[in-house]
Write a protein that binds this ligand. Structure first.
Ligand code: GLA
Length: 379
């Protein structure tokens, strides 16, 4: 009798444990599924992180691409607020960097060349005369090793990639680790780490296109944006900074207070003309403060608010001006002109060729460390 009682007690403890585990699993969890095969036959998986509020972020091992991000509107509805495709082929062949990790160098390098210690390095000119986002096969098109970690209050994906010496023209073997963490505070944290065995340059970023209305509106012109920056970087016709650091005051680039994106986007202004809208790097304030608030975006229709925190000196605000209605969206429609915006935290474009810009050099023995946080809420 006593034995039976003990057995029953043990069984009930075990089943309680299982329920607890299940509860935890249903709160914060990671689901893995097959996403597709690359054109050279490599398998690509998709990992979906879910937090206790039902927020979800899906990432594929190809390019570390965020394929979907579901966040709550003011009525508590979790909906997808990032642009993307429903198949791997489009990510491989057509993508304007939707959701991707960007490296080794996010943004443009003038004429695809730079020098370190008197040695000139030549990179692909994949954007007119300039180099853009790491070259022909940047970090957005490579397969990353993925490791999963789930805790009570967050779920993480650790993505690793080794870019070999001379890959895309860059010097040094570069080991890169990017950690995506989804927390129960509805934050997506992106942590970048890198090390090299030879002096090189590094500027990593994340290239998600957001439309916080979750497709309710076909363009992002009704969103309101703030950028904590007193200065921005004027560019030439090819979007390379001229080297001038210009005050935003009394320009269409003043986002120090919430401003509707569409308000000044078609003004007769040389910088707006060169960008065909906004496609510029802002010089963020408080650069010595580490991770701090840098920008936010609000969609009055859905009530969704995105706040961006980062330790980076710059942010590229791109208003989706190259989208032209030709790309098919994952929902079946098409991505129209300015239907998504990017807030890419980074060092300034063309820094290797601009002595007055903060350095992007990484030496052997040093650790590249950077963090950006995308925090979602609604009001
Ligand atoms: C970046 C650039 C843009 C554009 C997009 C990709 O944001 O600043 O000019 O090239 O990437 O289309």
């Amino acid at each position: 009798m006593k034995n039976i009682f003990l057995l029953l007690l043990t069984l009930s403890i075990i089943s309680c444990e299982n329920i607890k585990k299940k509860e935890n699993m249903s709160l914060v969890n990671v689901n893995k599924e097959f996403f597709g095969k690359t054109s050279d036959g490599a398998n690509v998986d998709q990992y979906t992180l879910k937090n206790s509020n039902g927020m979800e972020v899906s990432v594929i091992s190809f390019g570390g691409i965020i394929t979907s991000l579901k966040a709550k509107d003011r009525d508590g509805k979790n909906e997808d607020v990032v642009l993307g495709f429903d198949n791997l082929g489009d990510y491989e062949n057509k993508s304007p960097y939707f959701g991707a990790l960007i490296g080794r160098y996010g943004n443009r390098i003038k004429e695809g060349k730079f020098s370190l210690d008197g040695v000139e390095y030549k990179l692909a000119k994949n954007n007119g005369e300039n180099h853009l986002h790491g070259g022909l096969k940047g970090f957005d098109k490579v397969i990353w090793d993925v490791e999963v970690e789930v805790n009570k209050s967050s779920a993480s994906l650790m993505l690793r990639y080794t870019s070999v010496d001379t890959e895309e023209g860059y010097p040094g073997n570069l080991g890169v680790k990017v950690t995506y963490t989804l927390t129960n505070e509805d934050e997506l944290k992106v942590k970048y780490e890198a090390e090299t065995d030879k002096k090189t340059i590094v500027n990593l970023t994340q290239h998600s296109y957001f439309n916080l209305s979750a497709g309710l509106r076909k363009d992002i012109l009704g969103h309101e944006i703030t950028i904590d920056a007193d200065y921005f970087l004027p560019v030439d016709m090819t979007l390379i900074p001229t080297g001038e650091i210009r005050e935003v005051v009394q320009t269409p680039f003043d986002f120090r207070e919430f401003k509707v994106v569409g308000d000044d986007i078609d003004l007769d202004d040389t910088q707006i003309t060169y960008g065909n809208g906004y496609d510029h790097c802002w010089v963020l304030n408080n650069q010595d403060e580490g991770v701090r608030f840098v920008a936010s975006a609000y969609d009055p229709l859905s009530g969704r608010l995105l706040e961006v925190f980062s330790d980076q000196p710059g942010i590229q605000f791109y208003s989706g001006n190259f989208l032209d209605g030709t790309l098919q969206s994952k929902e079946g429609g098409n991505y129209e002109f300015r239907s998504g915006f990017c807030l890419e935290t980074q060092h300034y474009p063309n820094s290797p060729n601009q002595e007055n810009f903060p350095s992007v050099i990484l030496n052997p023995g040093e650790k590249y460390n950077s963090e950006t946080i995308f925090k979602f809420s609604s009001r």
